[in-house]
Write a protein that binds this ligand. Structure first.
Ligand SMILES: Nc1ncnc2c1ncn2[C@@H]1O[C@H](COP(=O)(O)OP(=O)(O)OP(=O)(O)O)[C@@H](O)[C@H]1O
Ligand code: SF4
Ligand SMILES: [Mg+2]
Length: 380
């Protein structure tokens, strides 16, 4: 990976490339000296702002409030990690952004504002667009790419991998078949698939798990998205391939100034790859902020519990890992008050089971937390 044949193939954007968290690029690095990125601009306006997003599933037995008031920002050239226990709404958040929430689910509130390219800061609210309409189809796959955990279910078994990438390129970029095929081969090479001229005519089941995941990344990148949403992109892979895929994402981001939203259970990956973190619990953001601040001084009791559950390199082999006390409530039975109160060792009796905390700014470093240990109960 990383050879000179990996020159970026995605269309040029008006955004200036940023420097990655990795080593500085030399003038003869892929992309050439004219693409040398400047230092990051931390004050960049968000390219995607999710505000009070609510996505509920209306099943026969009750309503699952899968996402229930999530708010966060995504910035060009930076990686946002979304973490939280299974079922906390990470994937439904991603699917909401892309307008692919499955029935009986639907977005019932909030905004997903995508800043338009090159028109002085105009925005589209994706919640208001028809999920099957032309505008949303252009954005999905064109401006926002998605990498799922299991690529086997994303590739059609009756079409070659190349065919599917070629069709996506033709649909979004309007290239003829020969040009689209040439571009698909370049993309497969860029994501580190050997002999892409041959591999392009293979079916997904003929590729190994690692190559399938790379092919899926190539598909997600084929139209030069401004935002890549990667939902557990490496969970099914062995450790070596996992490291290669993550290195590839980092490299692509450094070159393309793409924003990445990385959904993962692996807090080690978050520490290594992410700039900001959103911690979700029962469909709500309970804490968010810069990765260093969250890891070194977590403020929400749930974040602290999550971080305690990471195996330490110093732990003895047979040391039992501390699990988060209590279990997730049934999706239909969301606790009143602070949703975490039945499991919280620091709950304030008389307050936490009655009132629901709001996500509020905590410090000048951009941190926000939703907990009565940090904010008083709002006046009725
Ligand atoms: N199609 C569906 N019908 C009904 N409920 C659903 C559906 N999809 C998701 N849910 C519910 O929405 C909630 C959030 O699910 P989601 O898949 O977003 O969790 P997650 O955080 O991605 O979990 P994981 O880490 O296991 O992937 C869960 O309670 C889940 O059961
Ligand atoms: S609001 Fe109360 S119950 Fe909720 S996390 Fe904070 S202390 Fe715990
Ligand atoms: Mg998920």
């Amino acid at each position: 990976m990383g050879g000179p044949d990996m020159a970026p193939q995605t269309p040029q954007r008006s955004d200036t490339p940023r420097q990655s968290r990795g080593a500085p690029r030399s003038p003869d690095a892929p992309g050439g000296p004219d693409m040398a990125p400047p230092t990051p601009r931390r004050s960049d306006a968000a390219i995607l702002s999710v505000r009070e997003l609510r996505t509920h599933f209306f099943a026969e037995d009750g309503v699952v409030k899968a996402v229930d008031g999530a708010s966060f920002d995504v910035h060009a050239g930076r990686t946002l990690g979304i973490v939280g226990e299974s079922g906390c709404g990470k994937s439904v958040t991603a699917r909401s952004i892309l307008g692919i929430v499955e029935r009986p689910g639907r977005i019932v509130g909030g905004e997903i504002r995508l800043r338009r390219q090159g028109d002085g800061g105009g925005e589209d609210d994706l919640v208001r667009l028809d999920p099957r309409g032309p505008e949303m189809r252009r954005i999905r796959g064109g401006e926002i790419g998605l990498v799922f955990q299991e690529p086997m279910s994303s590739f059609s078994p009756v079409h070659t991998v190349g065919n599917q990438i070629v069709e996506t390129i033709r649909l979004h970029l309007g290239l003829d078949r020969a040009a689209a095929r040439a571009r698909a081969i370049e993309l497969l090479r860029m994501v580190g698939i050997p002999r892409p001229e041959r591999r392009i005519d293979e079916y997904a089941f003929q590729l190994s798990g690692g190559l399938r995941q790379r092919a899926m990344i190539a598909t997600a990148l084929c139209c030069g998205p401004r935002i890549l949403i990667a939902d557990e992109p490496t969970t099914a892979l062995d450790v070596t391939t996992q490291a290669q895929i993550l290195a590839l994402l980092r490299e692509l981001q450094a070159r393309e100034r793409m924003a990445i939203v990385l959904i993962t259970h692996n807090l080690g990956v978050v520490a290594e790859l992410c700039d900001e973190v959103v911690v979700m619990y029962l469909g709500r953001v309970v804490e968010r902020g810069p990765v260093d601040a969250i890891f070194h001084a977590p403020q929400h009791p749930y974040t602290r519990a999550l971080l305690r559950s990471i195996p330490s390199v110093h732990a003895r082999v047979r040391t039992k890992l501390p699990a988060i006390a209590g279990s997730l409530p049934h999706p239909y039975r969301r606790p009143a008050g602070c949703p975490f109160h039945p499991r919280c060792a620091e709950a304030l009796r008389g307050t936490c089971e009655q009132h629901e905390p709001e996500l509020q700014p905590l410090a000048a470093d951009g941190r926000a937390v939703s907990c009565f240990l940090h904010h008083p109960v709002a006046a009725p």
